[in-house]
Ligand binder design. Structure first.
Ligand SMILES: Cc1cc2nc3c(=O)[nH]c(=O)nc-3n(C[C@H](O)[C@H](O)[C@H](O)COP(=O)(O)OP(=O)(O)OC[C@H]3O[C@@H](n4cnc5c(N)ncnc54)[C@H](O)[C@@H]3O)c2cc1C
Ligand code: FES
Length: 254
């Protein structure tokens, strides 16, 4: 059995839980000990009767209270959706590398679906540092948009809220008008691949937060390995430990 580093293992009390859209829940929990994290890092939550912990991006951290935005998918997230204020959870974190940002660079942040979570946290941290940023997000329909978060621009595929179409339809326009120095994104694989291609076409650096099915979440099982291209050489990297944030142009997209 893998024994995680003790400082990463926490118990926390649920302080808030609510359904924030037709498909999404927002849960807040307060660890007993001081917790520190960066945007892009994640927590891995133990769900009773499940061997594998479930990984979730940190969407907020304020007053030692962690926020996670999640979509009910299978039995693990079903358990999480049923948690009540005062319940105790066991989690590992903060895991992974997280985003690095420079407050003096203009940052375009892009989130698709539940992928808004880490870029939302990144926006808050860039704002605290006094940096210029713009967060644009995409959902299928207005019923999916979380009611507890605010964004600079929203696109919905069916046009029921904000701009009509995929958020990808608006990235070039944002580049033209906002002129970002760097793009940070999180969402489905195809969205991140496309954003990376657009960023490369415009010679803008881009960083993506990837998702991969994880077993251990701490760099031991090698189940989450992807391939990167670095200085002309192909290397393996684990999403849970070397990532989940990578330079978009280094990922060997499939
Ligand atoms: C770094 C990272 C950050 C994530 N952040 C979020 C987030 O902020 N909000 C959110 O809703 N979801 C997030 N996910 C996806 C989330 O982990 C899965 O939706 C969740 O584990 C599903 O568990 P389940 O038991 O409900 O579903 P099931 O489908 O029953 O899960 C079965 C197994 O597959 C794994 N799995 C299923 N879907 C995914 C997935 N998309 N990615 C990784 N593993 C998966 C589960 O962990 C579990 O081991 C993230 C995943 C990763 C890797
Ligand atoms: S999930 Fe085990 S190495 Fe990443």
């Amino acid at each position: 059995m893998v024994v995680p580093k003790q400082k990463k293992l926490h118990k926390a009390k649920i302080t808030e839980i609510s359904q924030v859209s037709k498909t999404l829940y927002y849960i807040k929990f307060k660890p007993e000990s001081l917790f520190e994290s960066k945007p892009g890092q994640f927590v891995s939550i133990l769900c009773p009767n499940h061997t594998l912990r479930r990984p979730f991006s940190i969407a907020s951290l304020e007053n030692n209270e962690i926020g996670v935005l999640f979509k009910k998918k299978g039995s693990g997230t079903e358990y999480m959706a049923g948690l009540k204020i005062g319940d105790t959870i066991d989690f590992l974190g903060a895991l992974g590398n997280g985003f690095k940002f420079d407050k003096d660079k203009k940052s375009l942040l892009i989130g698709a679906g539940v992928g808004v979570a880490p870029v939302y946290y990144l926006k808050k941290e860039i704002e605290k540092a006094g940096g210029d940023n713009r967060l644009i997000v995409g959902f299928m329909t207005k019923d999916e948009v979380p009611s507890n978060m605010s964004f600079d621009e929203i696109a919905t595929n069916d046009g029921s809220l904000g701009l009509k179409g995929s958020i990808l339809d608006y990235v070039e326009q944002e580049i033209f008008f906002y002129k970002p120095d760097v793009i940070y994104s999180c969402g489905p694989h195809i969205v991140l691949k496309t954003i990376t291609e657009i960023a490369q076409r415009h010679s803008i650096s881009s960083f993506v937060a990837l998702e991969k099915v994880m077993a251990c979440s701490i760099g031991v099982c090698r189940g989450c390995v992807i391939k990167l291209q670095k200085n002309g050489t192909t290397v393996n990297a684990s999403v849970c430990q070397d990532g989940p944030v990578f330079r978009g142009d280094e990922v060997l997209w499939q």
